[in-house]
Design a protein around this ligand. Structure first.
Ligand code: FE
Length: 207
């Protein structure tokens, strides 16, 4: 983003502001730098879309888990130990032939952190937040997704009270795959609904 910064600094203005703010907060003793590092490490490495991918892979593999996920997604996701901030009130949306789900937060950027990590910048952008509702198929086309003719797109608006996890359709040709293998097909975008699960042929070596 800051590659063409006219002053030759490697940091963008936002980066500089964040650093200045962090320095100030640490200097004044409001935050402990070790706690900040732990928090950032948590969201960069421990919490991320790989969590949600494990949930989806199990929903594909285990019909009883799928039903629990449908009945009470917060509790079913909690079976993996994924819980906490921004994951308190989860609902799973199951794609099916003829029905595709897409998630947006039209007001701000509500997002299921425990299963997907931090939201991508486009999710927080005004164009996505408005167009996802007005022209969901146009947004999908921008993401390179073409749905079958006549497929309905259902757009769900996240709120502070409700967060969604899309369970995309299990790709054909994955019979006999283990949950770990299946999870490699589940992308972040597939769980937001701006993508589909990957074609098994595209992840050669996952088996
Ligand atoms: Fe929001």
């Amino acid at each position: 983003m800051s590659g063409n910064h006219p002053h030759g600094s490697a940091l963008s203005e936002t980066d500089l502001r964040v650093r200045a703010l962090e320095t100030l907060l640490v200097d004044k003793g409001y935050v402990d730098p070790a706690a900040l590092d732990a928090l950032i490490d948590t969201y960069e490495h421990r919490i991320g879309p790989h969590n949600g991918a494990r949930v989806v892979a199990r929903a594909w593999s285990d019909p009883e888990f799928r039903e629990r996920l449908r009945a009470d997604a917060t509790a079913a996701i909690g079976e993996f130990g994924y819980s906490g901030r921004q994951g308190e009130h989860m609902t799973a949306l199951f794609d099916a032939p003829g029905v595709h789900h897409m998630v947006v937060c039209t007001l701000c950027s509500c997002y299921p952190w425990p299963v997907l990590g931090l939201p991508p910048s486009w999710y927080k952008s005004a164009p996505y937040r408005s167009r996802a509702v007005i022209d969901p198929k146009g947004v999908l086309a921008d993401f390179g997704v073409t749905l079958p003719e006549g497929c309905e797109v259902r757009v769900y608006d996240s709120t502070a009270e409700l967060r969604y996890l899309v369970v995309p359709m299990r790709p054909a040709g994955t019979e006999g795959w283990t949950e770990a293998q299946l999870a490699t097909l589940v992308t972040r975008d597939a769980m937001i609904g701006t993508g589909l699960a990957l074609d098994p042929a595209s992840v050669e070596g996952a088996r």
